[in-house]
Every structure is written in structure tokens, then in C-alpha cells.
Design a protein around this ligand. Sequence first.
Ligand SMILES: Cc1cc2nc3c(=O)[nH]c(=O)nc-3n(C[C@H](O)[C@H](O)[C@H](O)COP(=O)(O)O)c2cc1C
Length: 226
Amino acid sequence: MTSSQQSFAPLRILRLVASPNADASESLKLSQQILFALACQAGRRGIQLSDLDLTTLAPVDAPYAQALANQLGVGANGQEGTLKRSDELIDQLQACDVLLIATPMHNYSVPSPLKAWIDQVVRVGKTFLGTAQGKVGTLADRPVYVAIASGGYISRQPDFLRPYLSAVLATIGLNEVYYFTVEGTAKGVESLTSGRETAYRQVRAFFGKGGHTVNQHTVGRVSSPL
Ligand SMILES: Cc1cc2nc3c(=O)[nH]c(=O)nc-3n(C[C@H](O)[C@H](O)[C@H](O)COP(=O)(O)O)c2cc1C
């Protein structure tokens, strides 16, 4: 696609949905706010949304685990099972302009469906290369927006979710990661309402000012959101 075609083509957004709570999911609701802001920002260009429900994603199988253990990430035969699924997930990721992740915090970290997706897109020889200097991501960088919901308050508990997600996305070349969080969803109606208000306000402030005003965990390069 040429750069002039790109400026008229819709903004391609891949949204990963990692909550088991379907439409009641707070992280999904927060991701809707981000989606709305992205649509406003895209203007006449418009957006093209691909939703991926991660809760149906199976964990990795033995041929995939053995292929990766033997550093055969690229050369492995991807005709069936996780290898085939991994090829599809990586193609889908490569094809988006923006990655949007809607995820709850589970036990201080990412929930198992999101971990299953990570295990299938972080693939040696394909999305990263092992070099003498360490792992080098092969994907073109693009913005990643993460909508998190947590029952408690993130600042008052161990947070392995954001540092882990930033590190693992940087491994494959995605260094520009922005976090928004609805906190205190399990602390009663008042807490939920104020948690939503705070998070939604952060989304509006971030996109209204063109970025850089919210909690941003980046590993490596920092640049503007779009
Ligand atoms: C298995 C499990 C583990 C959880 N662990 C945490 C946790 O470590 N910290 C926290 O604040 N909330 C935790 N929660 C609460 C969820 O983060 C909270 O309900 C959140 O709003 C769910 O988001 P969702 O509606 O998008 O699924 C946990 C919930 C479940 C089901």
C-alpha cells in the first residue's frame, strides 16, 4: 500500500478481548471509549475494527511447543493445530495499524486467554530474532492501547500486568504502549462509578491533547500515538 493510499484507507484496529464477562466486562467498556476516541481521531478516514475474543483460544499444543523449543519458529510446518493458528494470529497482528487490548487484571497479571495469545504471537525466528545482543523484534512498531479493569486499586497491589505486557510486546517490536485503567470495580457501586469516570476522563484527555498525558509504560522508543 502506498503512503497516499494509506492516508485514505480506514484505520485498521485489532481489538483483543480477554475478559470472560462478555458485554458486562469493564475492560471492554473502557476499550469502547478508546475506540470512540480513535474513530474521532481517524475522522473521514474511518476505522475498520476486527474483534478477537481470546477466551476461545486454546493453549499451545505439543508440536508448537517442540518447534519453539528447537528454535524452529519459522521453519515449522503450520498446517494444523497451534502452528497454523499462530501463523494466522501473527498475520492478523501484522495487518493492523493499531492494537487495542481489553483485559482484566487477574492475580496481579494478564489473564490466561491473553497469555495464550502472547504465547502464540511471540515466536522465535518469526516475530523476534535471537541475536548476540538479545531478542530483536521483527514487527513494524504501531501504537498499542491497553484498557485494564481491576477489582482493587492497582497502585495498592503488586502490578506485574503492565511491566510484563510492555516487556513482551517490546520483544516483538511494539514499543509504544499506552495504559488506561478502571480501578476498584469490586469495591462497590460508588467506587466503580468513580473508577469509570476517572478512566474515561483520562481517555478523553489523552486523545484530546494528542497523547502523552496518561500513565505510559514504554520499553524503548517513545513517539506520538498515531
Ligand atoms: C481469577 C481472577 C483474579 C483476579 N485477580 C485480581 C487481582 O489480582 N487484582 C485485582 O485488583 N482484581 C482482580 N480480580 C478482579 C477483576 O480484575 C475485576 O473483576 C475486573 O473488573 C474484571 O474486569 P472485566 O469486567 O473486564 O472482566 C480478579 C478476578 C478474577 C476472576
